[in-house]
Design a protein around this ligand. Structure first.
Ligand code: GRF
Length: 225
């Protein structure tokens, strides 16, 4: 895998609202994230994330899966366009599609995703509902490397919150989102600086094998330990 060094060329995939994309752009503009954005792409032509990219002068691409014979064909084309943008790394920030294993193989160790659960708990959708239904005392978000397995790749970093007795699915989602907005830029920062990488043996931080995911501590915005 080519070494990653700042400023890292990053493409972002988003299907919807784009608040995590916004957090990345904000961090980059504030000088907290040594990346430049080569492309924001979406499977939804009306995704607010695309408008957000345009407002910030970032190239945007709406690629409708309806025009492709298979998921594989679509994903190959999407990743070809991403490679053409010059991206070295891809961030899935609310991208609501499973990517084809063969299509993402060349990007192994260079695609990350943010998922609103403490993986390996609650892969897939409705994670807040699942945490409440299970009677969990805590919930969280994870940033992980993407593999062919849905929400199944190695976890780099997590952020935890307590579940309050009166929490609802919406209140939990809202509170967690604020943590996601710190977790994703902080994790990407470690990758951009070449401090975190996916090696054959597992994830490393400053060359040392991680034995458990890094955790984003409390209110220390942007600090992953
Ligand atoms: C976030 O909760 C993220 O964890 C999940 O999808 C949501 C996207 O939100 N994968 P936004 O589009 O970034 O606002």
């Amino acid at each position: 895998m080519p070494a990653m060094s700042p400023p890292l060329a990053v493409a972002v995939l988003a299907s919807g609202r784009g608040s995590n994309l916004e957090a990345l752009i904000q961090a980059q503009q504030d000088g907290r994230l040594p990346v430049h954005f080569t492309l924001v792409a979406s499977n939804k032509t009306t995704a607010p994330a695309l408008r957000l990219a345009e407002e910030h002068g970032i190239a945007s691409l709406a690629l409708d899966p309806a025009g492709y014979a298979s998921r594989h064909d679509y994903d190959v084309e999407l990743l070809r366009r991403i490679a053409d943008s010059g991206a070295q790394c891809v961030v899935l920030a609310g991208f609501m599609r499973v990517l084809d294993g063969e299509a993402i193989a060349p990007w192994h160790g260079r695609i990350i995703n943010i998922h609103p659960s403490l993986l390996p708990k609650y892969r897939g959708l409705h994670t807040h509902r699942k945490a409440l239904a299970a009677g969990d005392r805590e919930h969280g978000a994870s940033v992980h490397y993407v593999t062919a397995e849905l929400d199944g790749g190695p976890v780099i970093a997590q952020s935890r919150i307590e579940i309050a007795p009166d929490d609802t699915e919406d209140s939990l989602a809202d509170r967690l989102l604020a943590h996601e907005h710190r977790l994703l830029p902080a994790t990407l920062d470690l990758i951009a600086r070449g401090r975190v990488a996916l090696e054959a043996t597992g994830i490393t931080l400053d060359g040392q094998l991680l034995v458990q995911p890094l955790s984003l501590q409390g209110e220390q915005a942007g600090t992953v330990k």
